[in-house]
Design a protein. Structure first.
Ligand SMILES: C[S@@+](CC[C@H](N)C(=O)[O-])C[C@H]1O[C@@H](n2cnc3c(N)ncnc32)[C@H](O)[C@@H]1O
Length: 246
């Protein structure tokens, strides 16, 4: 199967579960780590034209709409688009079906902000998607995206545990081995693409972006109090959120 089709099938299969599991703020990592970082980097949303690239079940589109943004969204998976439309009834958010690597359905210079939450490491051709984000932004527009932190989430990385299952430390390996990573989980097979941090930096620059800011989200005391496991996220960093300017 073509790589794009394989990624699409995996998300088609997961769409209903994701729709059921996510709250109005997403899942735990989104609530405690990703949303605060993304919204801090995005700044004022009122009246801004925002593209949610890619929306999944659509919680972030709805959240930004509620904050006064004019949001357009899309996802590659037709089942995910159906779930997002269902959950977004009553919100004035056009939800399209499309591939981030080819946004020919969207015209140049349309948006003030492009957001991409936990998507780019799913894409076989991240350079095409980043180029498309650049094209659809107005001059001076911002691109804010989150990904698995490429310095920690490497092929075959993971917790090393003691005999009682307590997490001791996070093992990193094969950092410079870029390409497809397949992981078997209880939710089925996951397909991702590992790239080094310098690859992301160079790709953004080659597409025309200037990196303006970044956040490595650290769990707050409140997060640790609510979910003790977040204590372990003081020892490694799962995500990175980057703001780049056109
Ligand atoms: C981890 S989910 C993130 C969704 C959403 N941004 C969120 O934070 O909940 C990844 C999404 O990427 C979509 N996707 C995967 N490949 C894509 C592509 N080439 N173009 C557009 N969407 C894609 C999947 O259908 C899935 O909804």
């Amino acid at each position: 199967m073509d790589l794009n089709e394989e990624v699409k099938k995996r998300w088609d299969d997961f769409a209903e579960d994701m729709g059921r599991a996510y709250t109005t703020e997403g899942d735990l990592n989104r609530i405690y780590l990703l949303n605060p970082a993304i919204l801090q980097l995005v700044g004022q949303l009122k009246g801004k034209h925002v593209l949610d690239a890619v929306c999944g079940e659509g919680y972030l589109s709805r959240k930004m709409f509620a904050d006064g943004a004019k949001v357009k969204a899309f996802d590659f998976s037709s089942r995910m688009v159906e779930v997002a439309k269902q959950k977004s009834k009553g919100f004035n958010i056009p939800i399209l079906q499309g591939d981030f690597q080819d946004l020919s359905m969207i015209k140049d210079n349309e948006f003030d902000i492009v957001i991409s939450n936990m998507v780019i490491h799913d894409l076989p051709y991240h350079n095409l998607a980043i180029g498309e984000a650049y094209r659809v932004l107005k001059p001076g527009g911002i691109f804010v995206f989150s990904i698995l932190h490429p310095c920690f989430d490497t092929p075959e990385s993971g917790w090393v545990k003691d005999s009682n299952g307590n997490k001791l430390y996070w093992k990193v390996s094969k950092y410079f081995t870029e390409g497809i990573v397949r992981q078997e989980t209880s939710n089925g097979s996951i397909l991702m693409f590992h790239r080094t941090l310098s690859n992301y930096f160079k790709t953004l620059r080659q597409c025309g972006f200037v990196i303006d800011d970044l956040i490595e989200p650290e769990p707050t005391d409140e997060a640790i109090e609510a979910h003790n496991d977040y204590m372990n996220f003081k020892n490694m960093c799962h995500f990175i959120v980057i703001k780049a300017v056109k």
